[in-house]
Ligand binder design. Structure first.
Ligand code: PGA
Length: 259
């Protein structure tokens, strides 16, 4: 994994946007994997700014990592709606190019299989943006998730429901179930860019990057991926043991080599 110790959240957003921009310029019909939560919002604002300055997303398609089960269509906290509002609309990515699992489908297992098929038909994801939960989850793969899992229904832990309660009027409104890409699904993206901000993520980041490969920290499965970039601010980097090494690798990186 390439670990980049950024000065602040702005540098995290800028470097992530650089990676997206390089991809989209090289491959206008790129397939982006997009995450929700607070962490990628700076990246999405930066991409909107670059779109306003001329970067085109007309041919790009985007795939969600996960979705709540049971929120009505167009509910402001459904992940499809969040990504439409925060990223797709601001960068001019058409609704029909934004794909996600449908958490209101009558047959949820069939919906998970359909989503995997749509992902495969698109040729897989070129660049997948992921956040990390304070408990080490990636997408909604909570601790104890199979490292070989595919898109499926998951039950949220009380901690994740509490972490996400800030987006809802009351904690009870946070759905208990979700559809999420599995860890094996995430591993198929050609480049995974993990963003983490704030000291609340420090333990999870250290476990994911330096800890043992373990379902206790689902994000540790990224150690198996050949191309992962971890962009962290000083808070999220606070528990990394090998910070000096990451700093040196970044400083000495050949300038022609992108993320
Ligand atoms: P956050 O969520 O970006 O809102 O911290 C990340 C996650 O739970 O994966």
């Amino acid at each position: 994994m390439e670990v980049v110790l950024c000065d602040d959240e702005h540098e995290v957003a800028r470097l992530a946007a650089d990676a997206v921009e390089a991809l989209v310029r090289a491959r206008p019909a790129a397939v982006l994997g997009v995450a929700t939560g607070s962490t990628p919002l700076g990246l999405y604002r930066e991409l909107a700014r670059r779109h306003a300055a001329g970067l085109r997303f007309d041919e790009v398609s985007a795939f969600l990592l996960d979705e709540y089960v049971g929120l009505p269509p167009r509910h402001p906290q459904s992940y499809r709606e969040v990504v439409r509002r925060e990223l797709a609309a601001p960068v001019g990515l058409a609704d029909e190019r934004l794909h996600g699992p449908d958490g209101t489908a009558a047959d949820l297992p069939a919906e998970c299989a359909r989503y995997e098929a749509v992902l495969a038909a698109a040729g897989g994801i070129d660049l997948q943006v992921v956040g990390i939960g304070a408990n080490g989850h990636v997408a909604f793969n909570e601790p104890s998730s199979s490292l070989g899992s595919r898109t499926r229904i998951k039950t949220l832990t009380p901690r994740t429901r509490a972490d996400n309660a800030r987006f809802f009027a009351s904690p009870e409104e946070v759905p208990r179930h979700v559809l999420t890409q599995g860890l094996a699904t995430v591993l198929e993206a050609r480049h995974v860019v993990l963003l983490a901000l704030g000291v609340a993520k420090a333990g999870a980041v250290a476990a994911a990057v330096e800890g043992p490969l373990s379902a206790r920290c689902p994000a540790s499965v990224l150690q198996l991926h050949p191309h992962v970039t971890v962009l962290v601010d000083p808070g999220a980097a606070a528990s990394l043991q090998d910070a000096d090494h990451y700093r040196q690798v970044w400083r000495d990186k050949p300038h022609w080599q992108g993320l």
